[in-house]
Ligand binder design. Structure first.
Ligand SMILES: Cc1cc2nc3c(=O)[nH]c(=O)nc-3n(C[C@H](O)[C@H](O)[C@H](O)COP(=O)(O)OP(=O)(O)OC[C@H]3O[C@@H](n4cnc5c(N)ncnc54)[C@H](O)[C@@H]3O)c2cc1C
Length: 478
């Protein structure tokens, strides 16, 4: 019996029983073929219900050695390879139809070194895994806003979150990574070891190898933070967002704030006034003393007449998971696009509000994020993550449930994004990439700018044959 697996050049490789048995013997974790009943029981399924393609073979890795073996096998057989960290890629990069998947879901270990204020995190960990362990010491490293997201994909692609304005992007807090490169060698990437690789992985995604562990810097954030959660009527967005804009640009760096628009579901734990109601949620987190934070963020509570105010000092882990119930794995089909804005003009706000009032589905979102402080303190060429000056990003998160709506929803997302490009600086955030028929190279120029050339050269050093290509794909320089 053989298993047919797609190769990187689009052909089929027939893997014999012997070849599979040999790989199986070299792995500690299971090797799963598509017809194995275990293939139906994925510990960490992909998030986007639009991209549930089944790999022909999955190596569920338990440690770095498994990853080395799986990478070596994929390279030697020329297989099309995908890598899954937390499975939250909106573009569907953490699975591959009929190819080989390296699934890091068993690798979720987290070890805190409180004395040195460092945390070591395995490559398959989710944000909640890290927050749980670091918060035992009242510490945190900046991560994203939905706790089931993977640390790896989020931080390799940048990583915005509730602490960004004060503490920077997730990638800015990486001090070291252990990387299995295409040649199967394990490399340490840090300021003192393979500094070119270290530069590239802080923004360049999974193009350079599989990160089996990260070391992040920790900060004394405490267990309770001041949280602002204001639900304004969506029809008031033009006024609310103008006042929000005027405030956030002068707010201290401790404040990280955003506006999310959606039709809020009828969640029994939330007041009826917002059930099935289109709302503009103004969120804010203060990185500092909670009492100071409640005082400093008071203006965010006075942007209009709210339907509901849930602002209060809250446990940090509760803040980090507050959006989780809305974004369960495989519950939504998704197509996202983003645009950075050098200025949030009144016209831009009116365009945002127009699109927000005309969303194709309740959980389709039009979001505005304020960015600044520590994110802008890093130069555009200090790490490969190049966008270091735009104070706002608009993301069009088109989420829907009915497959019959695919074409219309994607068309809406594209049209909304096209309109935002009139107000934006042309740059996109690659972690918010949705793919329908776009190429995997889409958006690279605008996301990386002058850094793309150097990224191509580093790709040529560490992955000259483009083994790691199921991602926002950087081509190796000639
Ligand atoms: C509901 C939701 C909320 C989100 N919120 C935020 C947010 O607040 N802030 C933010 O910045 N982004 C956010 N994102 C975007 C998110 O950062 C990206 O989708 C990110 O790629 C997810 O990482 P992952 O490990 O879960 O993804 P995966 O789908 O597992 O992987 C994404 C990419 O990273 C590669 N990869 C994964 N693990 C590794 C590894 N160990 N080594 C090398 N390459 C690897 C994969 O091959 C793939 O190309 C959100 C996405 C969703 C769906």
């Amino acid at each position: 019996m053989t298993v047919d697996v797609v190769t990187r050049d689009g052909a089929q490789e027939h893997l014999s029983d012997d070849a599979l048995a040999d790989l199986m013997a070299r792995l500690r974790g299971p090797l799963i073929t598509a017809d194995d009943p275990a293939a139906d029981v994925e510990p960490v399924p992909v998030w986007n219900a639009m991209h549930v393609d089944r790999p022909a073979v999955t190596a569920r890795c338990t440690g770095t050695t498994d990853v080395v073996e799986a990478v070596t096998f994929a390279r030697e057989h020329g297989l099309l390879l995908a890598v899954r960290g937390g499975g939250h890629s909106v573009a569907g990069f953490s699975t591959v139809r009929d190819g080989m998947l390296v699934d890091l879901s068993p690798m979720r270990g987290v070890q805190v070194d409180p004395g040195r204020r460092l945390v070591r995190v395995q490559g398959g960990a989710l944000l909640a895994d890290v927050d749980r362990e670091t918060q035992a010491f009242g510490l945190a490293t900046p991560l994203g806003r939905v706790s089931e997201t993977g640390v790896a994909g989020l931080s390799l692609g940048g990583g915005y979150g509730h602490l960004q304005t004060r503490l920077g992007l997730s990638c800015d807090n990486i001090v070291e990574a252990q990387v299995v490169c295409a040649d199967g060698r394990i490399r340490i990437a840090s300021a003192g070891s393979n500094p070119d690789l270290f530069w590239a992985i802080r923004g360049g995604g999974g193009n350079f190898g599989i990160v089996t562990s990260f070391t992040f810097r920790l900060h004394p954030v405490g267990r309770v933070v001041a949280f602002t959660g204001m639900f304004y009527p969506l029809e008031d967005l033009p006024d609310v967002e103008r006042r929000w804009r005027d405030h956030v640009v002068i707010a201290p760096d401790q404040v990280t704030s955003f506006i999310v628009t959606m039709t809020f579901p009828a969640a029994p734990e939330m007041p009826e006034v917002i059930h099935d109601r289109p709302v503009a949620i103004v969120g804010g987190v203060y990185c500092g003393d909670p009492d100071d934070g409640m005082r400093v963020m008071q203006p965010l509570r006075e942007l209009g007449t709210p339907l509901f105010d849930m602002s209060q000092p809250m446990p940090y882990t509760a803040v980090q998971s507050s959006f989780d119930p809305l974004f369960q794995r495989r519950s939504l089909r998704a197509y996202w696009k983003s645009q950075y804005l050098d200025e949030l003009t009144d016209d831009a706000i009116d365009a945002i509000a127009g699109r927000a009032l005309d969303r194709p589905a309740p959980l389709s979102l039009v979001n505005t994020f304020h960015i600044g402080g520590a994110v802008h303190a890093v130069g555009p060429q200090e790490t490969s993550f190049a966008e270091r000056s735009a104070p706002f990003m608009v993301s069009i998160d088109t989420n829907w449930s009915d497959p019959a709506q695919d074409a219309a929803a994607i068309a809406w997302g594209r049209a909304a994004w096209e309109e935002m490009t009139k107000y934006g600086n042309g740059n996109v955030f690659l972690n918010f990439t949705g793919l329908a028929d776009e190429s995997v190279h889409e958006g690279l120029d605008s996301a990386f700018g002058r850094n793309l050339r150097r990224l191509g050269q580093i790709k040529a050093t560490y992955d000259p044959d483009n083994l790691f290509q199921v991602n926002n794909n950087i081509m190796p320089a000639e």
